[in-house]
Ligand binder design. Structure first.
Ligand code: 6R9
Length: 677
């Protein structure tokens, strides 16, 4: 395995910082209305019934033509689900609901300024707007089935409309988180070979109307240097007809969507009949090397999986008002704001702003006003809300029947506040563990069947069979012992490959525990998630954190290599090392250690310059807590930077034995610099 892996696992285990907790039980009222309460249905998802069990999810959708093979393994490990089936995701999220529910709200768009009214978009209106935009994409932008388009937009209804319009045409959308920098956007344009970029002029964030279109201008320039020409930039307007003069446009390249759309009013587009295994979208995520990975998600399998898990784990019924606070630019937003809830004909809330702006009551006022009854958020938001307004939820008249947490481990104390104050002791809670690569939940309790346990995600959700392996590929059977969590079987929501890089897909996720690389049998291809975990005697999994070079900041994955590469762009920098530091609200934040090239002086201004370079290249989310300009990096004799030692210093932990290092004296200097001791 090499000493690197051992070092990383040790680091992950630092995260084990709380004890097993007792159970909490859902109310009889919740169980009385829950979608899944029959253990026999759960049991139908056993490995004995694999893969046929997943047809239960596929049957929640409308197909133009049914599949003839549930799981095709001939191109292992690129699995094909529901082969032979024909389907359209936009049709399933919109058209099929019109007959009975056209007047129902599909999307409640909540602008950040409270002075602006909420936009309640019915399924009929969504149908009209998606069709018109699809017509524009096809006839004006020239996009067709199989093309990729990059979408760099803030949290607005137009983002969901854009995705659904692409899906209608079979155009593969690649949504980039709105807060990402032009550089990050450009990388994704180049990798996905998008010749169309969809943007928005502006959006509100913490009280300021930010100009967003400038990011598109820079991204297009950078992408061109990277070899990808964007010939059209489509710009939605936050205030149609108002802000055009403030948004400089490049003639012949940039177009205001709201103006061009007038030519397509009343147009209807027949949904494309897609193969189940045709890609629906790409979603980029950080990996162990610098380059983000374009996770390619399928149409039929993905949609079936998000519909099924939205129904059984989120307990979404068509009459629910469901609010997931995540950004649509992350996988949670794709699966559990747009595709899952809309496939089930629920009403989904899209909120433009930050949950804590302008005050600690904002989120609860939204819940009260819209009568939200299912609430989905992340530990980082829960911690922030708890910090600034621990008693705030009680002041508002809302009632959640169900709540979710996702994105990182949640501390039991924070979980208990969430349960008691936000959920008012009434809500069933699910802690859902999964990843961009997975499409939908992997571990969680089924809320109508299993009790909750603060700090533990739960067992595998129906049809997901986790296993923990040690470094040597042996199963870890003993409770409480950490190892690498893997999934034994494929599932329909799983990504199909890394866009354009099948080798990296196999190498990253399967090579480590593959039993036979030539095998076409799924049993030989356990999926490596890249997280350390323990299993308890009751079969619940506790996720401890990443085992690879990824930092989870506010529930978002940042590659340490990405941040280090960004620092190395600054001329004075010789070496850079990033380590995660525990943070009250964000979970983890990066600390950046820098060794300068000879002849340069360590100054505050230089540290600031390096920090700015990172924000510029990746986005503010990657901003280091602190840039430490150190005389040298602690290194092994073979020259590897000892991130474990730096991590221990940043987190005020014991650095352990460093005498085998090439330069142990530097550890003393760095320690004094950082901790003052
Ligand atoms: C959905 C999403 C994935 C990584 C994952 C793990 C961490 C996510 C978690 C959790 C503990 C949970 N993670 N959910 N850790 N408990 N409930 O977050 O996708 O952005 O790809 O991040 O997040 O480390 O590997 P993504």
């Amino acid at each position: 395995m090499g000493d690197k892996k051992v070092e990383e696992t040790t680091e992950a285990q630092i995260a084990v910082h709380w004890q097993e907790e007792g159970y909490y039980y859902p109310s009889t009222k919740f169980i009385g209305q829950a979608n899944l309460t029959d253990p026999a249905v759960y049991d139908r998802f056993s490995l004995d019934n694999f893969p046929d069990c997943f047809t239960e999810y596929a049957k929640m959708l409308d197909w133009y033509k049914p599949w003839n093979t549930v799981l095709d393994t001939s191109d292992a490990p690129c699995w094909k689900w529901f082969k032979g089936g024909l389907i359209n995701a936009s049709y399933n999220c919109i058209d099929r609901h019109l007959e009975k529910n056209k007047n129902k709200t599909a999307i409640h768009f909540v602008p950040e300024p409270e002075s602006e009214r909420v936009d309640h978009i019915t399924y009929q209106e969504l149908y009209v707007r998606v069709n018109e935009f699809a017509a524009l994409l096809r006839d004006f932008a020239g996009l067709k089935r199989g093309d990729r388009v990059t979408v760099h937009m803030p949290m607005t209804a137009e983002l969901a409309i854009t995705m659904l319009a692409c899906a209608r045409l079979g155009v593969i959308h690649s949504v980039v988180f709105g807060g990402f920098s032009p550089n990050a956007c450009a990388d994704r344009i180049v990798d996905s070979q998008s010749r169309v970029l969809i943007s928005m002029d502006a959006y509100y964030r913490s009280g300021t109307l930010l100009n967003h279109k400038i990011n598109a201008d820079d991204a297009v320039k950078i992408a061109k240097n990277g070899g990808q020409v964007v010939d059209k930039v489509l710009v939605w307007q936050r205030y149609p007809g108002k802000s055009s003069t403030e948004t400089p446009m490049v003639a012949g390249r940039d177009f205001f969507v709201n103006e061009e759309l007038k030519n397509y009013y009343g147009k209807r587009i027949e949904p494309e009949k897609m193969l189940a295994e045709d890609p629906l979208f790409l979603m980029y995520t950080s990996g162990t090397t610098g380059k983000p990975k374009g996770c390619q998600h399928s149409t039929g399998g993905y949609l079936a999986y998000v519909a099924g898990t939205s129904k059984y784990i989120q307990d979404i019924h068509p009459e629910d008002v469901y609010w997931c606070m995540a950004d649509i630019g992350w996988i949670t937003g794709h699966s559990y704001i747009v595709y899952g809830p809309l496939a089930l004909c629920a009403s989904s809330v899209i909120y433009e702003g930050v949950p804590t702006y302008p005050d600690a009551g904002r989120s609860w006022r939204i819940a009260q006003e819209l009568d939200v009854n299912i609430f989905h958020t992340a530990p980082t938001a829960i911690r922030a809300l708890r910090k600034i307004g621990p008693d705030e939820p009680a002041k508002y008249n809302y009632h959640f029947k169900h709540m979710t947490t996702v994105g990182e481990p949640i501390e039991p104390e924070v979980w208990k506040w969430y349960q008691r104050e936000v959920g008012k002791g009434e809500a069933a809670i699910v802690d859902t563990w999964w990843q961009t690569e997975n499409g939908g939940f992997l571990c969680s309790t089924v809320p109508g069947i299993k009790p909750m346990k603060p700090g533990s995600a739960g067992p595998g959700v129906p049809g997901i069979h986790p296993i923990i392996y040690d470094e040597n590929g042996h199963e870890v059977t003993k409770a409480g012992i950490a190892g690498n969590i893997c999934i034994q079987n494929p599932w329909p929501g799983q990504f199909q490959t890394i866009w354009g890089d099948r080798d990296r897909f196999v190498e990253t996720y399967f090579a480590r525990y593959c039993k036979d690389p030539k095998s076409k049998d799924w049993r030989d291809w356990p999926y490596l998630a890249g997280d350390a975990a323990t299993k308890s005697d009751d079969g619940y999994y506790r996720i401890l954190g990443r085992i690879d070079d990824v930092i989870n900041v506010s529930g978002h994955r940042l590659g340490t290599k990405e941040i280090e590469s960004a620092a190395l762009v600054v001329n004075e920098v010789a070496e850079a090392a990033v380590v995660p530091v525990a943070h009250d609200i964000k979970g983890k934040v990066p600390d950046l250690y820098i060794a300068l090239k000879p002849g340069y002086e360590a100054t505050e201004a230089l540290a600031q310059k390096i920090s700015d370079a990172i924000c510029e290249q990746i986005g503010k989310i990657a901003k280091p807590r602190k840039v430490w300009l150190v005389p040298d990096m602690p290194k092994t004799r073979s020259g590897k930077i000892m991130r474990r030692v730096l991590g221990a210093i940043s987190n005020n932990k014991d650095v352990g034995d460093v005498m085998t290092l090439a330069n142990p004296e530097v550890v003393v200097i760095i320690k004094e610099m950082v901790t003052g001791k």
